[in-house]
Ligand binder design. Structure first.
Ligand code: URA
Length: 200
């Protein structure tokens, strides 16, 4: 894994961040740590502002993301874009990535061994960007980054701080496409997230 300087020290320029990020992208492209590379078309490392205050972490690339090599560009991504705008932000202001960087075939859930094999990339991205807030989208991101025991339906909308980062769990936007009740809760959670962003 790429060795990271300590961005908290404030000594890492945007150019240095870009070059470290490219190195992480290259490692993801060449990764054979699980079997997902065999069936994926493109890896999806993540994209956005490398100095973002807010990072979103989803589950894994779907069909559109796999085709384009970019996160959240399908139907769930359109909804995420709209939700980001409710924060008075644009997509380019935040950083968006996933727990696993390659598409699980047929959009199945990522397996525990796939999640753990891919985790160093996510940890590297978090260490590079040093966001103040990480918004986890759906249960996989919540269980991986925050608490594997807690139920997302209980935990959503409630921030917790770990290692100086505020984790803000909410539902996955894909779930909101099919269930209005989830959509309303997601909108409400983003209202709370907007308040939180103002405080940091
Ligand atoms: N769902 C995810 O979890 N991530 C994406 O990038 C797209 C859909």
């Amino acid at each position: 894994m790429t060795k990271l300087p300590d961005p908290k020290g404030g000594s890492v320029t945007l150019d240095e961040r870009r070059s470290i990020f490219s190195e992480i992208e290259r490692e993801i492209l060449n990764c054979r740590g699980c079997q997902l590379w065999r069936s994926r078309r493109n890896p999806v490392p993540g994209e956005g502002n490398l100095q973002a205050t807010l990072m979103f972490v989803g589950e894994g690339p779907g069909e559109q993301e796999d085709l384009k090599g970019r996160p959240f560009v399908g139907a769930a991504g359109k909804l995420l874009d709209q939700l980001i705008e409710t924060l008075s932000l644009k997509r380019k202001d935040v950083f968006i990535t996933n727990i696993v960087k390659c598409r699980p075939p047929g959009n199945r859930d990522p397996l525990p061994e796939e999640i753990s094999s891919c985790q160093p990339f996510l940890i590297g991205q978090i260490g590079l960007i040093c966001p103040r807030i990480i918004c986890t989208l759906g249960r996989h991101a919540f269980h991986t980054l925050v608490d594997p025991q807690k139920n997302i339906t209980r935990a959503h909308g409630q921030p917790t701080t770990k290692d100086g980062i505020i984790y803000f769990p909410t539902f996955h936007p894909a779930a909101a496409l099919y269930h209005d009740s989830v959509l309303y809760q997601l909108i409400e959670d983003f209202q709370k997230l907007k308040v939180l962003l103002k405080e940091v």
